[in-house]
Each structure stands twice: as C-alpha cells, then as structure tokens.
Design a protein around this ligand. Structure first.
Ligand code: PNS
Length: 162
C-alpha cells in the first residue's frame, strides 16, 4: 500500500524553504500532495490558483515533480482532504521553536479529528529565516527576493502586473 503524505500551507508564495521540505517529504513518502489552503488569518498576496501554478513550475524546474501532486482545498477541514485521498500523514516544516509552538496544537487536533499524524521536517538551516510573509513584504517594497524564492516565483514577482 502506498503511503501518501500531505504538505499543507498558504504558500503565498512558495519559498525555497517550502521547496526544501517538499523535496525531503518526496524522498520519504510514496506520494506527496502539496495542498494550498486559504488561511483566513492572513492577508493574501496571490490567488490560490496562482500559488498552485507557481509551486508546479518550481518543482518541475527543481526536477523533483515525480511523485508530487499540487492542488488546493477550500471546503471543510484539512483532515477531510486527507481522508478523501487516503493520506495518513501531514508534513510540516519547522524552522524554530516558534514553529513548534504554532504547529503542535494543530497537530494534536488533526490527530484527534481523524487519526492523521503530523511529521515535522527540518529544512536546511540556510532557509531558517525565510518566510512567505517576509517575501511578501520585501517584494511589495521593491526589494530583491531572489535568494528566498524559487526562480519561477522570482520571475513572477519581478514581472509587471496590474
Ligand atoms: O502556511 P500556513 O498559513 O501556516 O498554513 C496553515 C494551514 C493552512 C495549514 C492551517 O491554517 C490549516 O490547517 N487550515 C485548515 C483548516 C483546518 O483544518 N483547521 C482545523 C485543524 S488545525
């Protein structure tokens, strides 16, 4: 039986740190679903479909797309998606103890709700300061985010938009 893991997040936009965690998950599990979820607690920069497209482009360019599916989820609980596709594991990237504190209650609730376990993976330390919110801020103020995001995202953020 193939083991499916879901890597959920806002991915607004996907960063090099996200990509690192996605690649590590793809090396451990048979199938990885990268799931773009709307987080009502955050002000969005990009529409969900755009985020999905940028992740697809980024994993293709990184040459890691083999066992990775990228999609989105907007109806109901995250664990409902997991149950629908037969995924028993969520994967979250952990940069610091702040992330552990943020993720732990969600991990316990997701296990209580549907028996879905959460696995924490550590990205390479060079990505430990990178976050989508910092990327959004630096980009909106005209700064260079090239070191923090995959090339597809850098090209997109640098391109003229309405
Ligand atoms: O990248 P983010 O914004 O930290 O991701 C947070 C996300 C989307 C994973 C989280 O908000 C989430 O799990 N949302 C789904 C709603 C849900 O199922 N909530 C109940 C269990 S925590």
């Amino acid at each position: 039986m193939s083991r499916i893991a879901v890597v959920p997040g806002s991915f607004d936009p996907v960063t090099r740190g996200h990509l690192d965690v996605i690649e590590r998950a793809a090396g451990i599990f048979d199938e990885v679903h990268v799931l773009v979820v709307h987080n009502p607690g955050k002000t969005a920069l990009l529409p969900i479909a755009q985020r999905v497209g940028l992740i697809q482009e980024s994993i293709a360019e990184a040459g890691i797309a083999g066992n990775i599916l990228v999609t989105s989820w907007s109806v109901g609980l995250l664990v409902d998606y997991c149950t629908d596709v037969g995924a028993s594991v969520l994967v979250k990237g952990i940069r610091s103890e702040v992330d552990v504190a943020y993720e732990t209650p969600m991990a316990i609730v997701n296990r209580d709700l549907a028996g879905v376990e959460t696995v924490f993976l550590l990205p390479s330390p060079e990505h430990s300061h990178v976050s989508s919110s910092l990327v959004r801020q630096v980009s909106s103020l005209g700064g260079d985010v090239t070191p923090y995001v995959p090339p597809a995202v850098a090209r997109f953020l640098q391109s003229p938009r309405d």
